[in-house]
Design a protein around this ligand. Structure first.
Ligand code: ANZ
Ligand code: ZN
Ligand code: ZN
Length: 828
């Protein structure tokens, strides 16, 4: 028997597939159904591919190969998300250019992906750092700009002192930089912002249109954080005497207007603007302003999460609770954040934990206004529902129903708030897409004299006076090729030090202007790459409309859960803008999303350098072959589960592949027609594997193939039975099946072009068992049910059975003893 040498065989087919290109997506496919199977393209780091990449890329590859064999037109592309800090930092360290680092890393990644036999259409490869690509990233930015969805704002930002750049809220986890875990500082800076909040409602409601894991939808819902409540005005006591119009009122945002009779004080965020205007009448201004300054340096995260609530009483100003006319004190405290709601709250210590803790600490009055029932003794704070008490004419009403009436009576305004904020869209680093706008002082001056927007002017220019978009024909604005690009450490990009690049002509007035030097954040390029794959070489458009209609939406998207609120939210947002621009015809980009679970090290811990438990896919491919690695990772357990690495498991898979190989090495196959029993086994396996692949249950599909191959190993089977096994196995183990198909069985065409086996229902019989039905241990009859039925089903069948039904109807059943597939004993 010839031995199977995975190294030689895999190398041979990698070359052959590169030559034959069997995986190119068809350009025209009228009448054929399509499947767009997408991977989250990798960031080509210096470390190369890790086993987590292999996991999700194998899963999508199995689907792509399966769909091709089922006759679909399949698009399965790959590319590189290559802007961003790691490449830039690596280049700085190596004293070279990020472009060079990216090129080397991409080459290594591509070698690895090819070695694993992934069936990508490489003719569609994209790279976000390629000017031909980022030209269109800039083009989308201009669309956002022109629609008024990109705007400049002086705003407190998250600053990572180690990465020397600002971070988006989504990139800050627990107060630290998501990338380097350095504590994030607050700084104030002029930034480009994208108005993602304008799409909040659509981002929420369209979640209903897509087939995504529930937990990802929940994460997005929570991140967007839609909250229905009301603005309610609290007048300031003696405002007219104090003679300052800013002193008139304070408006709070509340989701619990029903509790207003229990609002015993107000709390303002330290940044609350009116505080500054009240300076004159605040008798302890020194203390208040010291508190305000201290709060500035804390991140929101710290402020909200810190257990011990702090605050300062604002002396000299009091508010009036509009519900009962009582005077209430005003505090400034940093547990109220400035940018949510109005930055002011009415505190109801009896029914809110934070307010309760604060009131206890500062000895403030606590008035319960909701009670489970009229004279219940409740422990405070009481967070549940009930009826209103201490609430004048509203007493006795259900609190949940009274809120609206109270808002109405107090002339409040129903208001919707979102937790999500606009997206900080500027980075002070070199290695990113240049932002395609220039600043012109002359244009700024001219615009500021106008009181109404001229019709020809885009909304973007109107709301960002002086900022002029680079004309489409001048895109891309390319990064200047410079030697020095280290971050400055100040809140500006190193591009400011390239005067020849910065200085330019204003596209509108032809005067002198300067380019925007902040680059786009790393997420920009990945917001739309799935569209460029459809038409990667188009010079005139981001994507030709016909191609977009042909392929969109993405049918299956596989990737990690870490992208739940970053990439997956940003991409949905841009897609919706492109939908409004009529560039795309679907409301959502990714129809079905699948999350792979993390692969842990053999020690059950997260793989990391410091633990020394990282498995390098290259080593496994070298030792056992790509087929074995692919199959092992799919066999480890359900795709979405977290699972530890176990080298022993690979050995099992290798043995299975050797068994399949050995069958092919037989001198001859049987020429007899297989028995009905063997056909039934074969067809049931086809059905099982087909259904499991459709449902992405690859581990059980592999089990079924293992059982079939073991049986076949001891039998005199026909070639056609063997070929069916090979076809079913080919999406999982493309190399060995191709080798057997073409080199051993001498077929001309790649096995990937074969038709997926179908099963005949004549051979699919439901497995049934006969169960003895007993009453008090005596068998009264039997019942035929599907094998593996559970107790409830069998009991239901008994009740449906004409004869048995009568026997049990008069019994008073004490208990039911059930032995699966054998006995149901009713004890009466
Ligand atoms: C009175 C009240 C009584 C409240 C009660 C809650 C419970 P969500 O669901 O997160 O929107 N709040 C409003 N603005 C705030 C801010 N800028 N910083 C911190 N807290 C703020 O929560 C809305 C509730 O959070 C609001 O309703 C307000 O407190 C508080 F028994 O008003 B509530
Ligand atoms: Zn950092
Ligand atoms: Zn100008």
């Amino acid at each position: 028997m010839k031995q199977y040498f995975h190294k030689k065989v895999e190398k041979k087919w990698i070359r052959a597939w590169e030559r034959e290109k069997p995986f190119c997506a068809p350009s025209a496919f009228s009448g054929k159904k399509k499947r767009y199977v997408l991977d989250m393209f990798p960031y080509p780091s210096a470390h190369g591919l890790h086993v987590g990449h292999v996991e999700s890329y194998t899963a999508s590859d199995i689907l792509a190969r399966y769909y091709r064999m089922c006759g679909f037109a399949v698009l399965h592309p790959m590319g590189w998300d290559a802007f961003g800090l790691p490449a830039e930092n690596a280049a700085i360290k190596a004293k070279t250019h990020p472009k060079k680092v990216v090129k080397e890393n991409v080459a290594n990644f591509k070698r690895q992906l090819l070695s694993l036999g992934f069936s990508y259409d490489w003719s569609r490869e994209v790279n976000t750092t390629d000017p031909h690509y980022y030209r269109w990233t800039q083009w989308i930015f201009l669309k956002l700009f022109n629609r008024g969805l990109a705007y400049q704002k002086e705003t407190p930002v998250n600053w990572c002192p180690s990465c020397k750049t600002v971070l988006a809220d989504e990139e800050v986890v627990g107060g630290a930089c998501d990338r380097c875990h350095t504590h994030v500082e607050r700084k104030s800076a002029r930034q480009w912002m994208l108005r993602i909040t304008a799409y909040a409602d659509r981002l929420l409601s369209d979640l209903d249109l897509i087939d995504w894991p529930q937990h990802i939808k929940t994460m997005q819902r929570n991140w967007i954080g839609r909250s229905e409540g009301a603005h309610i005005v609290f007048p300031i006591a003696d405002a007219s005497q104090k003679g300052n119009k800013h002193l008139d009122t304070a408006t709070v945002f509340t989701t619990r207007a029903d509790t207003i009779f229990g609002a015993t004080y107000l709390v303002l965020a330290p940044e609350y603007e009116a505080l500054q205007a009240w300076k004159r009448v605040i008798s302890n201004w020194k203390e208040v302003s010291a508190y305000i300054s201290a709060a500035k340096n804390k991140s929101d995260e710290d402020r909200i999460s810190s257990k011990e609530k702090t605050g300062v009483l604002v002396k000299g100003v009091e508010a009036i609770n509009p519900a009962n006319g009582k005077r209430v004190p005003i505090f400034v405290a940093d547990y109220v954040v400035a940018h949510y709601g109005t930055g002011a709250i009415m505190a109801v210590p009896a029914h809110d934990q934070r307010d309760f803790d604060f009131a206890k600490k500062y000895n403030l009055s606590i008035v319960p206004v909701v009670s489970p029932h009229a004279d219940a003794l409740i422990s405070l704070p009481y967070l549940g529902d009930g009826i209103l008490i201490n609430s004048a004419s509203f007493n006795g009403q259900k609190n949940s129903l009274a809120a609206r009436a109270i808002v109405e009576k107090l002339k409040g305004t129903p208001t919707v708030n979102y937790k999500m904020r606009d997206w900080v869209f500027a980075r002070q680093r070199y290695w990113g897409e240049p932002t395609p706008v220039v600043f012109c002082e002359a244009c700024e001056k001219r615009l500021k004299t106008l009181s109404k927007k001229p019709r020809a002017l885009s909304q973007g220019e109107w709301i960002n006076p002086g900022w002029v978009p680079v004309p489409q024909k001048d895109l891309p604005v390319t990064l200047p090729n410079v030697k020095q690009y280290e971050p400055t450490g100040a809140l500006e990009s190193p591009l400011v030090n390239v005067p020849s690049w910065v200085k330019t002509k204003c596209p509108r007035c032809k005067g002198t202007a300067r380019r925007e030097t902040n680059t786009m954040p790393q997420w920009a390029g990945s917001c739309w790459y799935y569209l460029r794959y459809l038409d990667p070489h188009n010079k005139k458009a981001l994507v030709a409309s016909a191609k977009e209609k042909q392929w969109m939406p993405v049918d299956v998207y596989i990737g990690g859960v870490e992208h739940a609120v970053l990439h997956l939210l940003y991409a949905r947002f841009w897609h919706k803008v492109l939908y409004d621009e009529k560039v795309v015809h679907t409301k959502e980009p990714f129809y079905r999303l699948i999350n792979q679970g993390i692969i842990l090290g053999a020690d059950g811990e997260k793989m990391s350098k410091s633990r020394g438990n990282i498995v390098n896919p290259d080593d496994i491919v070298e030792r056992y072959g790509a087929d074995a690695l692919r199959m092992y990772e799919m066999f480890m357990g359900p795709l979405e589960d977290v699972k530890p690495w176990d080298e022993k498991g690979i050995v099992g898979v290798v043995r299975f592949l050797e068994r399949v190989w050995a069958i092919g090495q037989r001198a001859s196959f049987s020429s007899k027609k297989p028995s009905r029993q063997r056909l039934m086994r074969l067809h049931q396996t086809i059905k099982k594997v087909t259904e499991d692949v459709e449902k992405v249950r690859f581990n059980t599909a592999i089990s079924a193939l293992m059982i079939l191959s073991r049986d076949m190993g001891g039998e005199d089977i026909s070639q056609s039975e063997y070929e069916t096994l090979l076809k079913l196995l080919s999406p999982f183990a493309p190399f060995i099946t191709e080798e057997i198909w073409r080199s051993v069985l001498s077929h001309k065409q790649s096995i990937s072009r074969e038709k997926w086996p179908s099963y005949a229902s004549a051979y699919i019989v439901k497995q049934t068992v006969v169960i003895a039905v007993q009453i008090n241990g005596k068998t009264k009859g039997t019942l035929e049910v599907s094998a593996g039925s559970d107790k409830d089903i069998v009991v239901a069948e008994v009740k449906n059975n004409a004869r048995l039904k009568g026997m049990i109807s008069s019994l008073s059943i004490k208990k039911i003893i059930f032995v699966p597939d054998r006995i149901l004993n009713i004890v009466a």
